[in-house]
Structure formats: structure tokens, C-alpha cells
Design a protein around this ligand. Structure first.
Ligand code: PHE
Length: 447
């Protein structure tokens, strides 16, 4: 028990934490909510939140993991002052990762399906595209279960390899591949007239479009996209070598995550504006609107569809790995399980609940998995966005801001940040972040 955790290399950590942060949130959710909430002004709120709150919390979460060097519960316990060891229970936020995986893995399954239809033929008109998505979403429980299982198995195989041979190695290969594909698509799209329109849409703010719901969504999304409050980043940081600069690493991850969301948005909107699709189509944006456009482009379109969905799968899978690893490390370290048993049991749990999630959206079964008018899918997603992640965020902020001894925090950051930046960061963690998160959770529950 409590064996030493294998350590990442520096680049291995940055790429793995980037892999954790960059996910479906960047390539699927960010573009579609930007479309729904009207573009520029929404993007501006999102960017400001990342800078003022998101990046600070990310660094705070890293402080706990890097100092504690253990699973989440163990790290809180290790570094809490003697009279505050009860804070170890805050580490149970690690189970949020499994909750997220119950639906995240199902969505990754949809992406696998779209990789497949890129080969066999994309839908060519809107009705066709809607029918294709709908047939998968509501009428193919068995197929969705198989696809979900593929994703579960992929993640489990990587996790069995451990930090170095599994997680680090996979991210060292997949994250550069993801960047390469997205940059390639950006270069292709830059020559479109639609590209200028996309830049306008995303960066020229029209504040009349900004309502309170848009602000709540922007703040909430900045948490989700940076993977804050579920122990993923904390667990990865526990595998950092002693003298790592977590300020630099954290800023790098926040920067990469934002950059990739912006590139994904620019690529998707360029295609939409160039070939006449509407930006405000909601969750179906990449599954319904984009495939028709790709189909219009013939062979090159098929190739683009293929690499685009491949990039999405890569982004999703590298995040999925980080959602399950906290539980695996916890079972290994606290309960003394072998990694193999820990991986199989945790994968089994979210696989089974994921199957129920699939039933909750499938015709013929959904009545049994719908509560108060909401499917299990919606309920889980809602509880993560509005309750579990904000809770994790507040606990991290309060712990680092008020419970953890100041010299421990300074020891990790002051030398790297310098006095001025440290003061701003500390203020943000103690006051701005908790207040903003509580405000977010309160308003989200009201909506
Ligand atoms: N940040 C990931 C995304 O954008 C999701 C995620 C959340 C991953 C929490 C790990 C932990 O898709």
C-alpha cells in the first residue's frame, strides 16, 4: 500500500494534462454553445473566466496533488494541518470522474460510429443527417452499447499500462496527432471566405446577445473544459517530479486547452459559413450540420470527415483516461488493490451505468429511466455541471486558500510566480473563485 507513484517526464505531464483538459468539451461542446449563445460576447466571457478563475483553480488543484504525491484522498490528508485531517473526504471528488464517464463514454461511442459512416457514406441532406443521428441516438441501444464498450476497453488497456507506459505514452503520441490534424484543418479553412466570417462571429462581441444564462454557461464551461474539481489534474500532478514548475505547467495546459477550443471553433464555423449551415444548431452541430457539408465536398470531404472525427475521438479518449485514473489510483493506494483489479472494477461500474444511460435515451426503454421528465443522461450531466464540479472547485479553493498553510503554498509557487503574480493568484483563490463558483451553482440550480 501507498507505494511510490511512477513519475511523468516534464513533457509527458504537460501533454497528459493537456490530454485531460482537451476533450469533447473543446471540439463538440464549445463550438455548439458558442453558436447557441451568439458568438463573440460569449467567447469573451469564457476567455475572461479562464484567465481569472479557471487557470487559478487549475494551479490550486495541482498544488494539492504535487504536494501530496498520493491519490486524491491521500493527498488532502497528507498535506492538511493536523487539526483539519477531515478534509481528506474532499478527495472523494475523484468519483465525479466515473459519473462523467457514464455519459462521456457513450458520446465517444457516437464518434466511433461517425468515423465508420465517414467510410461507408455520409448523409447528403439535412433530413438524411437528422435521421442518421436520430437512428443512432434513439433507436440503436445495442449498437451504442457495443460502441460504448469499445471506448471502455480502450481506456482500460491504457490504464493497465500505468502512468508511464500507459498514460504518458498514449498522450505523447495522440496529443501531437490531434494538434497536427486541427492545424491541418485550420490551414485548409483559412482560404475560405467563411473563415473571415467565422473570425467575426467568434471575436466581434455583440453584448446585446449576452444574457445571464449565457454567462452561467460560459463560466460553467470554463470549469468543465479545464477538468477542474474532479481530481483528474490533482492525480496527474501527484505524478510530477519534485522540482516541477507547476505555475508554468498549469498556464501551459490552460493555454493549450483554450487554443484548441478556439481552433476547433474557427474550423467548424468556417465550414458552416462557407457552405451555408447555421451556427446555432445545438448539440447536433457536429453530428448533423457538419457531415452534410463534408459530403458536399466529395472525396476530399470524406477524408476531412474522417480526420475530423478521428481528432474528436482522440480528444475524448485522452480525457476519458484522466477521468478514470483518479479512481484507479485511489483503489490501488487506499485499498491496496492490484492495478488490474482496480481497472477492471472501475471500468465495470461505469460501463454498467453507461448502459442504463443508453437505455434512458432509447425508444422502448426510456420510460423506465426517466425521472421527473429528465432522462438519466440529462440528470447525470446536469448534476455534474451544476453541482459536482462546482462543489469540487469550491473545496479546492477553500482548502488551498484557507486551510493549507501559506508557506506550503508559497513554497510551491512563489519562486516561479514572483510576488506580484502570487498575490493576485492567492486573492483569486481565496475570494474570487469561491464566490464565482457559488454564484454559478446557485444560478444554475435556479434555471
Ligand atoms: N475537460 C474535458 C473536456 O473538455 C472533460 C473532463 C472533465 C475531463 C473533467 C477530465 C475531468 O471534454
Amino acid at each position: 500500500m501507498n507505494q511510490q507513484i511512477a513519475k511523468f517526464s516534464r513533457i509527458g505531464f504537460v501533454l497528459s494534462a493537456t490530454g485531460a483538459a482537451v476533450g469533447l468539451g473543446n471540439i463538440w461542446k464549445f463550438p455548439y454553445i458558442t453558436g447557441v449563445y451568439g458568438g463573440g460576447a460569449f467567447v469573451m466571457v469564457y476567455l475572461v473566466t479562464i484567465l481569472l478563475i479557471g487557470a487559478s483553480l487549475l494551479i490550486a488543484e495541482m498544488v494539492i496533488g504535487k504536494r501530496g504525491q498520493k491519490d486524491c484522498v491521500g493527498s488532502f490528508e497528507e498535506i492538511a494541518p493536523k487539526n483539519a485531517k477531515g478534509w481528506k473526504y474532499a478527495g472523494l471528488m475523484l468519483f465525479t470522474g466515473l459519473v462523467i464517464m457514464t455519459f462521456y463514454s457513450v458520446v465517444i461511442g457516437w464518434i466511433f460510429y461517425y468515423i465508420y459512416i465517414s467510410f461507408i457514406g455520409l448523409p447528403t441532406n439535412l433530413q438524411d443527417a437528422k435521421d442518421t443521428f436520430d437512428a443512432l441516438y434513439s433507436n440503436s441501444a445495442a449498437l451504442q452499447i457495443v460502441l460504448h464498450l469499445f471506448s471502455v476497453v480502450f481506456v482500460a488497456v491504457v490504464l493497465l499500462g500505468g502512468i508511464k507506459k500507459g498514460i504518458e505514452k498514449t498522450n505523447l503520441i495522440l496529443i501531437p496527432l490531434l494538434l497536427f490534424i486541427l492545424l491541418g484543418l485550420l490551414v485548409y479553412a483559412i482560404n475560405f471566405d467563411g473563415f473571415t466570417k467565422a473570425v467575426d462571429f467568434m471575436f466581434a462581441p455583440d453584448f446585446s446577445k449576452l444574457n445571464s444564462e449565457a454567462i452561467i454557461r460560459a463560466v460553467g464551461h470554463s470549469f468543465f473544459t479545464l477538468s477542474i474539481g474532479v481530481g483528474s489534474i490533482m492525480t496527474y500532478a501527484a505524478a510530477l517530479p519534485k522540482h516541477s514548475n507547476i505555475y508554468k505547467a498549469g498556464m501551459m495546459v490552460a493555454f493549450m486547452d483554450t487554443l484548441i477550443a478556439l481552433i476547433a471553433g474557427l474550423v467548424i464555423f468556417s465550414f458552416l459559413f462557407e457552405f451555408g449551415g447555421a451556427p446555432d444548431k445545438g448539440p447536433g452541430l457536429v453530428f448533423v450540420s457538419l457531415p452534410i457539408i463534408f459530403a458536399k465536398l466529395g472525396t476530399i470531404g470524406t477524408a476531412i470527415a474522417l480526420v475530423f472525427f478521428l481528432a474528436m475521438a482522440v480528444a475524448g479518449l485522452t480525457s476519458a483516461i484522466s477521468l478514470v485514473e483518479p479512481t484507479v489510483m485511489y483503489l490501488e493506494q487506499r485499498l491496496g488493490w492490484f492495478r488490474k483489479k482496480a481497472v477492471i472494477v472501475s471500468s465495470g461500474v461505469y460501463f454498467v451505468v453507461g448502459v442504463l444511460v443508453i437505455f434512458s435515451i432509447s425508444n422502448g426503454y426510456k420510460e423506465f429511466f426517466t425521472f421527473g421528465g429528465k432522462s438519466l443522461f440529462d440528470l447525470l450531466e446536469f448534476s455534474v455541471d451544476s453541482f459536482l464540479m462546482p462543489l469540487g472547485g469550491v473545496l479546492i479553493a477553500l482548502f488551498v486558500g484557507f486551510v493549507l498553510k501559506r508557506d506550503i503554498v508559497e513554497g510551491e509557487l512563489l519562486g516561479h510566480m514572483g510576488n506580484g503574480v502570487f498575490k493576485i493568484w492567492y486573492f483569486s483563490i481565496r475570494y474570487i473563485a469561491p464566490i464565482a463558483v457559488l454564484f454559478l451553482a446557485y444560478n444554475a440550480l435556479k434555471v
